[in-house]
Design a protein around this ligand. Structure first.
Ligand SMILES: *[C@@H]1O[C@H](CO)[C@@H](O)[C@H](O)[C@H]1NC(C)=O
Ligand SMILES: *[C@@H]1O[C@H](CO)[C@@H](O)[C@H](O)[C@H]1NC(C)=O
Ligand SMILES: *[C@@H]1O[C@H](CO)[C@@H](O)[C@H](O)[C@H]1NC(C)=O
Length: 417
């Protein structure tokens, strides 16, 4: 039996990121991004006054940052977000100089669907210019949410602007929080909307009532060594606000900020999906180093979130044709269940749980060219993970709520074949 060796690369090593263009079976998907850039910057107080705008600073208490943001209000890792309530019909945001060129954000308001727009450093983007469904928008506060879709890129919030007579509100957090620690498989690498198509986002956002933070970056190992261009492994990097990659280098040099775990409510569930890169011979990680590092990460998680339940996911590599069928290439099949048992023994309680992924993905749920789940593969993992969490921990989803998946109902939305 011969297994193919999956190549889990990091895009940070490749010259041309594919963001912005989305391919559907070799056809370019029609561009649905909208242009939101204003001709002037509203950080210029004269321009703001002329247009009747007022500005909230990025540290205004009305703004809730989701996931990891540094002290300069720059976003990191996967699907970081910003949420607030507002009155009125207009919202504009100015983006600071640490905003990555080409970054794509998703945003939504008033329960409407995600919209996508490219934002630019040093510019103001008018994201909302009317609220057609509301008769008296000044009296009816509604919610605004933004998420960064690209795992490699980030935005810096420099100011939030609304008309002078309106106001912002802080939206209270949902009571539960879910944290994911992962690599490319959790960051949604190669999926249509990257982070916003990842099983990690789909699982958390799909509940409709949990806060979430996804510390995932392609190519990263759990073991603290260089893997596919990531200088450090998650056993080290998870404690930091930033992801350890080029962007961190450019903005923080070798003095990255430690993450203050007290900044957000403690996680109730922490899902770990790590090892695909440690298992790749190209990175030369020894099995015993993987096991030691994974156990250390569990210790680290348990010490910052002593009440959290931890889910250790089994891994999936790609499939290879074998005889008359397809066979998945295994990764740390024995090691992960043993790590789970060993942690529960050590702490004398069952707080680490093994999530067996066997059979969730069939061979065509993993892109043969990318070795990563397709959009449908991501959804399958998310659906089963949600069910696992519901059955094991009694979590319930909302039956109503805003859009979670984007760009999926283009398929088969035709009658009368
Ligand atoms: C956003 O960026 C992508 C990729 O560069 C581009 O294809 C798209 O046209 C841009 N959208 C707008 C509205 O300019
Ligand atoms: C960060 O910068 C240092 C010094 O210039 C360099 O040695 C290192 O490879 C860089 N790391 C990344 C991930 O770009
Ligand atoms: C990867 O996982 C397989 C299956 O559990 C194991 O046999 C192998 O030793 C691991 N390889 C590496 C390089 O870690």
């Amino acid at each position: 039996m011969k297994f193919l060796t999956p190549f889990i690369a990091t895009l940070s090593l490749l010259a041309v990121p594919t963001f912005g263009r989305i391919w559907d079976n070799d056809q370019l998907r029609p561009d649905t991004t909208i242009d939101t850039k204003l001709a002037v910057s509203l950080l210029d107080t004269k321009e703001a006054a002329k247009g009747g705008w007022k500005t909230y600073k990025p540290d205004a208490k009305e703004l809730s940052y989701k996931g990891r943001w540094d002290s300069r209000h720059t976003s990191w890792w996967s699907a970081p977000g910003l949420k607030f309530g507002f009155t009125g019909e207009k919202v504009a945001i100015s983006f600071g100089k640490y905003t990555s060129p080409g970054v794509l954000i998703a945003f939504r308001y008033a329960g409407q669907d995600w919209q996508f727009t490219n934002v630019t450093a040093g510019q103001t983007h008018e994201l909302i210019s009317s609220r057609p469904l509301t008769s008296d928008p000044s009296k009816t506060p509604t919610s605004f949410e933004l998420r960064v879709t690209n795992w490699a890129y980030g935005v810096q919030i420099a100011g939030v602007h609304i008309p002078r007579s309106e106001r912002l509100y802080r939206i209270p957090d949902f009571p539960k929080r879910l944290e994911v620690i992962g690599d490319s498989l959790s960051a949604g690498m190669y999926a249509s909307y990257e982070s916003l198509s990842s099983w990690a986002y789909l699982t958390a956002a799909g509940f409709g009532n949990v806060e979430y933070s996804i510390s995932a970056y392609p190519g990263i190992c759990v073991t603290d060594q260089e893997c596919w261009g990531n200088p450090r492994g998650q056993v080290h990097q998870w404690a930091y606000t930033s992801d350890g990659n080029v962007r961190q280098n450019e903005t923080w040099g070798n003095k990255p900020e430690k993450w203050n775990f007290k900044k957000q409510q403690p996680a109730d569930i922490v899902i770990i999906n790590l090892g695909t890169n440690d298992n790749n011979t190209a990175n030369g990680v020894k099995n015993e180093d993987y096991v030691r590092s994974y156990k250390q990460l569990i210790d680290n998680v348990h010490s910052v979130f002593p009440r959290a339940q931890i889910i250790a996911m089994g891994l999936w590599n790609g499939f290879g044709p074998s005889g008359e069928t397809y066979t998945p290439s295994p990764a740390f099949v024995k090691e992960i269940p043993e790590i789970v048992q060993s942690a529960n023994r050590k702490y004398r309680k069952e707080f680490v749980h093994y999530f067996d992924v066997t059979g969730i993905l069939q061979h065509n749920d993993i892109g043969p060219g990318t070795w990563h789940p397709t959009d449908i593969g991501q959804m399958k993992v998310a659906a089963q993970m949600q069910m696992f969490i519901k059955m094991k921990f009694g979590w319930k989803s909302e039956s109503v709520g805003p859009m979670v998946h984007s760009g999926t109902y283009i398929y088969n939305d035709e009658c009368c074949y």
